[in-house]
Design a protein around this ligand. Structure first.
Ligand code: ZN
Length: 170
């Protein structure tokens, strides 16, 4: 990759990292105030409100998951920045092919080309299926759409059959 291109992606990566770091800082600031001064006292005061404790725990869990996601992205960005230094930036870590430029514009920290990323997603989904015995929502929506399409098709077919048989009689 040419030097000016590298500078361009370094700039994009910097922007992405700053955004993430700001989000993490905001989250920390928000939570610190909330939990230190107020919520922790309140939590210990809950005796007969399991639902409130549950929703509180869900909040914390949700927050932790979001924060973890942001921190992982920062790590990915730093990793991409190291690759710029090493001169391996923009190459798929799995198959070694060049990652599509449009993909890098949107996701400058991308580790994989679009094909490998899709494969990895599929693997994650199938592992989740096996462990959770639950199908991803996206797939259920697709199924519903499929069923709907079949329903429409069958109806049309019924109409055709009906129409066909009535003309036969006439
Ligand atoms: Zn690849």
């Amino acid at each position: 990759m040419r030097k000016d291109k590298m500078r361009h992606y370094k700039f994009l990566l910097d922007q992405h990292r700053e955004n993430r770091e700001e989000i993490i800082e905001d989250m920390e600031g928000l939570r610190m105030g909330e939990y230190d001064s107020f919520h922790l006292d309140e939590l210990s005061g809950y005796d007969n409100h399991p639902a409130e404790i549950a929703s509180e725990l869900f909040d914390i869990e949700h927050y932790m998951a979001l924060k973890k996601l942001q921190m992982e992205e920062v790590k990915n960005i730093e990793r991409a920045e190291r690759k710029i230094e090493e001169g391996t930036y923009g190459l798929c870590e799995n198959c070694g092919k060049e990652i599509d430029r449009r993909r890098l514009e949107l996701l400058p920290q991308a580790r994989l080309c679009i094909d490998c990323a899709r494969k990895e997603d599929e693997e994650i989904i199938s592992t989740k299926e096996q462990t959770m015995k639950r199908r991803p929502a996206e797939e259920q929506v697709l199924d519903a759409a499929e069923m709907n399409r079949d329903g429409v098709r069958n109806e049309a077919l019924d109409d055709l059959m009906h129409y066909g048989s009535s003309t036969d009689i006439e």
